[in-house]
Design a protein around this ligand. Structure first.
Ligand code: NAD
Length: 371
């Protein structure tokens, strides 16, 4: 089987789907691995590092796409790329499946089997393939580092002959994978951290990291079978905003990561809350790609709202491309290895498998709808 690691073509995407060490493992499994010329350069992996492990560098993208049985890519391939894919080839990438229905349709009409990394179940057996977690974890870390660089104060408390500097106050809203890593990183830098999430089970995790959990009574809260938060009612959202206003006003940095799987991100910080914050304080909106948690946040970067610097953070994992690629590539390798049929030297695409059932969006010209 010929496996292609395609080059990312979206502006700002610095990661690569396969690193040389994993290319080597795939070759050992029995794949013929091709890497599009320059695919790994922005993540620190030169073409010759792939050649050194036995992969082939291909400078002709169209020819490479036409001949691949498996295509690994981070961002979804474009419609014109998909039209080049071989019938029954397997595409593995993030797909933004709930908002990219036309692209999903394109995969189906082209006879391509499309796997969406977002839909890999968050189960123990699939943990090694969980690309959402690997990238969210890095995003949480990078958000805090970014904030520490931008803030007009330092993070730790410092007692000096020139006076005592108090520790920065950081509020993390949404304590999933990114939020937990943001809390841990901000604590390591010496900040005083408070956090909130609508899932009550999170309180324990927040406290175990040495942060304070902000308690807001929103009534009975439930989560989905997969562990995802459910969407709040408008009334609950109002209660949440009221409950957060004081903590928000007292914070030097607010990091929002709140998401509801498959839906627009909840809008939890309005302009009135921003106006309660001190000028110069920072709000980093990590949910900006799905509509944003913060009113007025912009996916293209920083805006000033009443002197508060609101930063829309898209793809923070791409700011640490080498490690982000290493983790993503490991997720990809785990996925391919799991479905590798040793005897027949092919990838099994079995729609009844408990992992494949969730993440396979198209096969044999059909679209498998997910909730
Ligand atoms: P996510 O990116 O979907 O959401 C981020 C956080 O936002 C979540 O914690 C969610 O509860 C929270 N949120 C939603 N609405 C909110 C609101 N109005 N205000 C504040 N917070 C709000 O989450 P994720 O990081 O992808 O994690 C989702 C779930 O999957 C979690 O339960 C996590 O523990 C679980 N998970 C399990 C595994 C595993 O078992 N292998 C791996 C990773 C994650």
């Amino acid at each position: 089987m010929r496996l292609l690691c395609a080059k990312e073509n979206e502006a700002g995407e610095t990661r690569v789907a396969l690193v040389p060490a994993d290319a080597k493992k795939l070759i050992q499994l029995g794949f013929e691995v091709e890497v599009e010329q320059g695919a790994g350069v922005s993540a620190g992996f030169a073409d010759d590092s792939y050649q050194a492990v036995g992969a082939t560098i291909n400078s002709d993208r169209q020819a490479a796409l036409r001949s691949a049985d498996v295509v690994l890519k981070i961002k979804a391939p474009t419609a014109s790329d998909i039209s080049l894919f071989k019938k029954d080839s397997l595409s593995v990438s993030f797909l933004d499946p709930f908002r990219q229905s036309e692209l999903v349709e394109k995969f189906a009409v082209s006879g391509v089997r499309a796997v969406s990394l977002e839909l890999i179940p968050r189960s123990t057996i699939a943990q090694k393939m969980d690309a959402l977690s690997s990238q969210a974890s890095l995003a949480g870390y990078a958000a805090v580092i970014h904030a520490a660089e931008k803030l007009d104060r330092i993070f730790p408390m410092m007692m000096t002959p020139a006076g005592t500097l108090s520790a920065a106050k950081v509020l993390v809203i949404g304590v999933g994978v990114a939020g937990l890593q943001a809390i841990a990183t901000a604590k390591r830098l010496g900040a005083r951290v408070t956090a909130f999430d609508t899932r009550p089970v999170v309180e324990e995790q927040v406290k175990s990291l040495g942060a304070k959990f902000l308690k807001i009574d929103l009534g009975k809260m439930e989560q989905t079978e997969q562990g995802y938060a459910k969407e709040l009612t408008p009334g609950q959202l109002e209660l949440q905003k009221k409950g957060m206003a004081k903590a928000c006003a007292e914070s030097d940095v607010v990091i929002t990561t709140a998401q509801v799987f498959g839906r627009q991100a909840p809008r939890i910080i309005g302009k009135e809350m921003l106006s309660g914050m001190r000028p110069g304080s920072l709000v980093l909106d990590l949910a900006v790609a799905t509509g944003g948690n913060v009113e007025g946040s912009d996916a293209n970067g920083e805006v000033s709202i009443n002197g508060v610097r609101v930063i829309g953070c898209l793809n923070l994992a791409a700011t640490v491309p080498q490690h982000a690629s290493q983790m993503l590539s490991s997720n990809m390798l785990a996925f391919i290895t799991h479905f590798w049929d040793k005897e027949n030297k092919r990838v099994r695409v079995d729609a009844n498998d408990e992992i494949m059932r969730d993440c396979l969006l198209t096969a044999d010209g059909k679209v498998f709808r997910k909730n």
